[in-house]
Design a protein around this ligand. Structure first.
Ligand code: FAD
Length: 426
């Protein structure tokens, strides 16, 4: 491919902080608030116009992994943010320990919690490079309408989901390719009428879904929202595995259901997925309106502003969390919190060393880019456990700053003690 040279230029350093958090999704939000509440100066840089990542801009409403089916296993900042949202009427309980958030009100809650903690929030700014000296990340370059700017920090937390900072800094990673989706909200659904139809004619309901899938459409499910009584539902779209691919058939195995080939770090693949999913979802809505009882009045209320990436870079850390660890409910001596599985009584530890990248200093990773294998990520990537990783990374970053040490040198025993004090369930 033809290349050109970009001339070197001086760029302004707009901030020098203790902790810089890249990415303001569930993990980045928790990391920033945790570090700031403990007393660190914190800047949080987010490429889009809101905090919350997939939980807000991505229109993921269901807070999965919060419990082991019998009790809540996640507390800390995740649970606190949900309680605050609930106080503002933005939380719906779909069953015991199962909650859906109002993605728009949640944006406000997350803003408030960051600002109250003293986090300096910078929206509309892409982290475009890492500044590395002698194997240590010293800061990042950001790109925005203000131009190219630098932020320097003692410790950087990569919560971009895609591990962008770690990759810029030269960390090793594996690249995964789960299906890319695009969520939406719909209104005007008559749930009772649909359920009566599906109960009376299950074969016809299945055949209608099958016919839709065969022409490239996606089932328009009825995920609850806080406004479901008014016919408003959330559609969690499984999405595309490859450019011309179909959604998974009913009863598909794990790999067929989730597997894919599109790369979430390739702008061409992302563009294709966004355009293709929007077209196919609009067609699926029209199909439902014409064919499925209960959906005669269905209307599109909105597509997610952020495309649904489930997996991309998994950064190689001092520990790699495996599918066996997660499904076996393994505990670690450096466990920084737990996540729950759907099976009753099953929960697993997330080890601190999975947040510490190998070979790059001054950096922690949080969120879905932590060090885990493909199978582990399939379970841990849901929002509440991702917030657990963020709170731990923010707390560890504060400790690294306070003691003047590398993140790898933070004592997990002291870290766990602080996390327990701050409401994390260990
Ligand atoms: C279609 C779909 C459905 C899902 N359904 C569920 C569900 O039902 N329940 C559940 O709990 N979970 C669900 N998940 C999983 C969950 O939403 C994500 O795994 C989780 O949000 C990951 O959190 P995160 O903070 O690591 O990343 P994200 O939520 O992706 O947040 C990353 C943030 O970083 C920002 N960012 C990225 N790169 C840069 C950069 N270079 N510079 C600045 N900012 C940057 C992004 O804009 C974003 O705000 C779903 C995911 C998808 C894709």
């Amino acid at each position: 491919m033809r290349t050109i040279s970009e001339p070197a230029r001086e760029i302004p350093v707009i901030a020098e902080v203790d902790v810089l958090v890249a990415g303001g999704g569930p993990a980045g939000f928790a990391a920033a608030v945790a570090a700031a509440r403990l007393g660190a100066s914190v800047m949080l840089v987010e490429r889009y116009g809101c905090l919350g990542g997939m939980a807000t801009g991505g229109m993921v409403l269901y807070m999965d992994g919060l419990s082991d089916g019998t009790k809540r296993v996640i507390g800390g900042l995740c649970w606190e943010s949900m309680e605050r949202l609930g106080d503002d009427g933005g939380l719906a309980e779909r069953g015991p320990l199962r909650y859906d958030v109002d993605s728009e009100l949640y944006k406000v809650t997350l803003d408030q919690m960051c600002l109250e903690a003293g986090v300096r929030v910078r929206l509309h700014s892409w982290v475009a490079n890492a500044l590395v000296e002698d194997g240590r990340v010293r800061g990042v370059v950001i790109e925005s309408k203000s131009g190219r700017e630098a932020v320097l920090a003692h410790t950087i937390i990569d919560a971009t989901g895609d591990g962008d900072v770690a990759a810029f800094a030269g960390a090793d990673y594996e690249l995964g390719h789960m299906r890319i989706g695009l969520n939406m909200k719909v209104g005007g659904v008559d749930r009772d009428r649909y359920q009566a139809f599906a109960q009376a004619e299950p074969e016809r309901a299945r055949a209608l879904r099958g016919a839709l899938r065969d022409r490239g459409g996606f089932p328009i499910g009825m995920g609850p929202t806080p406004y479901s009584e008014e016919g408003v539902y959330w559609v969690n779209v499984i999405g595309l595995s490859e450019r011309s691919g179909l959604g998974p058939p009913e009863g598909a195995d794990y790999d067929e259901h989730w597997g894919g080939r599109l790369s979430a770090i390739d702008a061409e693949d992302l563009t294709h997925a966004e355009l293709e999913l929007r077209r196919r979802l609009a067609e699926s809505l029209a199909y439902y309106r014409e064919n499925v009882p209960g959906y005669e009045g269905v209307r599109l209320l909105g597509f997610a502003s952020q495309i649904g990436v489930r997996e991309s870079r998994r950064i190689l850390g001092h520990t790699v969390l495996t599918g066996e660890d997660v499904l076996g409910g393994r505990t670690f001596d450096d466990g920084i919190g737990r996540g729950g599985l759907a099976g009753p009584g099953v929960s697993y530890d997330i080890p601190y060393r999975a947040l510490v990248p190998l070979g790059v200093d001054g950096l922690l990773v949080a969120g879905r880019c932590i060090s885990a294998d493909h199978r582990a990520l399939g379970h841990i990537r849901v929002i509440p456990p991702m917030m657990v990783t963020g709170q731990a990374a923010g707390t560890a970053a504060f400790m690294a700053v306070e003691l003047g040490v590398r993140p790898a040198a933070v004592d997990p025993v002291v870290l766990r003690k602080q996390l327990a004090t701050d409401g994390v369930i260990l």
